[in-house]
Design a protein around this ligand. Sequence first.
Ligand SMILES: C[S@@+](CC[C@H](N)C(=O)[O-])C[C@H]1O[C@@H](n2cnc3c(N)ncnc32)[C@H](O)[C@@H]1O
Length: 561
Amino acid sequence: MPSINFKGKALVQNFHLLVPYHELKPVKSKSLTSKVSLHDNLVVHGDNLQALKSLLPYYHGKVKCIYVDPPYNTGNEGWVYNDNVSSPMIQEWLGKVVDREDLTRHDKWLCMMMPRLRLLRDLLNDEGIIGISIDENEFSNLITLCDEIFGENNLFGVIVVRNNPRGRRLGTEFAVEHEYLVVYARARERFTAGRLPLTDEQLQEYSEVGAGGRRYRLLGLRKRGALSRREDRPNLYYPLYAHPKTGKVYLENDKNLVKILPRLSDGADGVWRWSKSKVRDENEKLIAKEVRRRGSGDKELDIFELDYAEDEVGEVVTRLFPSIWQGSEFNNETGRDQIKELFDGKSVFDNPKPVDLIKHFLLLGGGQDGIVLDPTAGSGTTAQAVLELNNSDSGARRFVLIEQEAYADSITAERVRRVINTLPNANPKLGRSFSVVEVGHPMRLETLLKADKLPSFEDLASYIFYTATGEDFEAQRINRKTYFIGESAQFDVYLMYEPDLDYLKSTALTLDIARRLPKGSGKKRLVFAPTKYLDSIHLDEYRIEFCQLPFEIYKAVKRTA
Ligand SMILES: C[S@@+](CC[C@H](N)C(=O)[O-])C[C@H]1O[C@@H](n2cnc3c(N)ncnc32)[C@H](O)[C@@H]1O
């Protein structure tokens, strides 16, 4: 398989593994919920490489659809390479705007994309897809990079999006009217693409009504167009027989039947579209009807397929997604108008995508639930698409947006607030809440161990609870006597800890303590303690998952001893 080469590749190849986990700090004041949680709709403020890495413990293999709208590297976006890779060459790149004259601009872009795409792949579930918007500046690089990361067999398709019908010159002799949406599946064989309903125009073709009120249209059984001559497909040239009154079609002759051969309009031998076995198996869908022969005007029998608009249970037949997405709903201008409408007529964001582009992508992704991740959220169009789709099809999709700029609150989160306000209350699954978290310091326990002091019980409880469950910590729920520090959606959490060296040296989770733990909610118990004297049979019996207190505590203990 061809692979891509670029300056810095060796340095960023495994950089995603070196990126430290960072704190994801709940910001209650900017959230729209009483309980900030990483399992809510989410707006993450911070660099997406750090954010993706930090979300990994909670979202690994769980995301259904990822939509990415990265810098296109046009040379005039003010894009800056900013990953702190430890190499003199890359350190040289930091903080400098990448313009068209920059001879390493493609290398920088690829160095930025590679570790992010690797993390995004880890986040996808087996049935998931990723769609990346791009234009001709990095199109070919993106495809080769994604082939390497996702596997070329997992390329689901390249969609041409006609986003600018007026055309841009872009230094070419074309008026460029389109860009691309490149779609890869996590595992092509596990992905089932969504389908679209027939258009009104297509439905109008189904003008006949059959048994049970099902609409249908008649499609000639004779093949038209390319490869329609007898010599092209000799096995599809065979006679069929029809009853002139009932219109029933047979493979075998009978004395009252009329023989019908596939004839081209020029009188030459043609072919049928169906094999003999299909004619036998789906015979009830065929009918012979009288038509006028071209030229002479004489009447003759021809054979048609009854093509239904609804299946037996009344569901309207669907169609595949087309490979060109066009219409005013996909125009850049529509995207700009949609955000203006939400922000009192003001243009608060330069290049928002049209909401329907993302809705269409989510429908292609299939299903009505699942997590939708957008690591380059910008104005938050993806959240609007998720909320509006949930509203229209009673879906339960959830969004996770990441944005690094200061407008993560004033535009990204604000758009979500405004969209939620416009939607009716009717659908309980809609998810009218969202949590805001900020990417904080790298998650090293040393940051808690200020000045070589052991952390207080509350500080450690908060760190441990949030890190282990991804849910907001509520200090008032602590019960020091029973070790209880909080309840998450999955666990009751306990912490055996005191900021005291002798206590840490002498404390262990024992059978006696396990027996005395409160009954709690009946969920599994996460018990953090310096050590345990308990075998796995008893741990199971008392629904305990034991977590040894982080090693860094002991390093601090040694320093303070
Ligand atoms: C082209 S815009 C996305 C627009 C978005 N699709 C919309 O409809 O509003 C790209 C966004 O990605 C953000 N971005 C770029 N690099 C990022 C990074 N390393 N971490 C987080 N956000 C980033 C930019 O700040 C910008 O808002």
